[in-house]
Design a protein around this ligand. Structure first.
Ligand code: DC
Length: 244
């Protein structure tokens, strides 16, 4: 894996003092809205945005491109050897590349979604990818980065000043997912979501808040209210930290 490319977020102020960016770590299950909420929060804060699931998706895409069996850990490790991954941290200009190929759209295809749990399950892959996330954030010339993904508050950035678990009731998460996918009926989406939660939760516990992690439950909140709730956690936590 080569050193990843990153682009600073447009309109954000690069840090000149060499201080590491503030990390806002956001965990949550599928359909909790964590990706879109995290991105909106990053834009409002003038921070960068790191969608960590994109790395696992890009690796699944890479494995499929090599005809590898994504349910076989050895096969996944083999293709991981030449996984050349790059991602933009700019919330306004998001892209994901594997080598020279722009895979921003391709990693959202159902065939990739179906394969991704297999690659995300491989412990040594997780270890290397987590290191990559820490390097990406540490080297970003940004005041802060909102980092979103399943084990971000517990494993990847357990010491982040702001850590949030974004949740919603299972039926609300399934309804949101089916609204995003027009050709799926709600029952199928609920079943698929349940299956992914079950597969992913064997690897990381993303349904329970670890000590010190703030829960934002969006069951009864609309999108803007959820973003506001996240921003008020950021404000309160940073305020308390800075003695405001
Ligand atoms: O959030 P998403 O649907 O793009 O995530 C894709 C897959 O990667 C999903 O199976 C969960 C997994 N994932 C993970 O295990 N750890 C992360 N930090 C982010 C995603």
């Amino acid at each position: 894996m080569t050193e990843p490319l990153t682009k600073p977020a447009a309109g954000s102020t690069p840090t000149t003092s060499g201080t590491a960016p503030v990390v806002v770590a956001i965990d949550g299950p599928a359909g909790s809205g964590k990706s879109s909420v995290s991105k909106a929060a990053a834009l409002r804060l003038g921070y960068g945005f790191l969608d960590t699931g994109a790395a696992y998706r890009a690796l699944a895409w890479h494995a499929l491109a090599h005809g590898a069996d994504t349910s076989d850990a050895t096969a996944v490790l083999e293709v991981f050897g030449d996984f050349d991954y790059a991602i933009s941290l700019d919330a306004r200009d998001r892209w994901v590349r594997v080598g020279e190929v722009d895979v921003t759209a391709a990693i959202r295809e159902p065939r990739v979604t179906d394969a991704v749990s297999g690659v995300a399950r491989v412990a040594s892959v997780r270890h290397a990818v987590n290191e990559l996330f820490r390097r990406l954030v540490a080297s970003a010339a940004l005041p802060g980065v909102v980092v979103e993904g399943r084990d971000i508050t517990t494993v990847v950035f357990p010491d982040a000043p702001v850590r949030i678990l974004l949740t919603a009731a299972p039926e609300v998460r399934a309804a949101r997912r089916s609204a995003e996918l027009t050709d799926h009926d709600a029952a199928k989406v609920a079943a698929a979501l349940h299956q992914r939660d079950a597969a992913d939760s064997t690897v990381v516990d993303f349904l329970t808040a670890a000590p010190g992690v703030e829960v934002v439950d969006s069951t009864h909140l609309d999108f803007e209210q959820t973003v506001d709730a996240v921003l008020s956690v950021v404000d309160n936590t940073m305020g308390a930290r800075d003695g405001r």
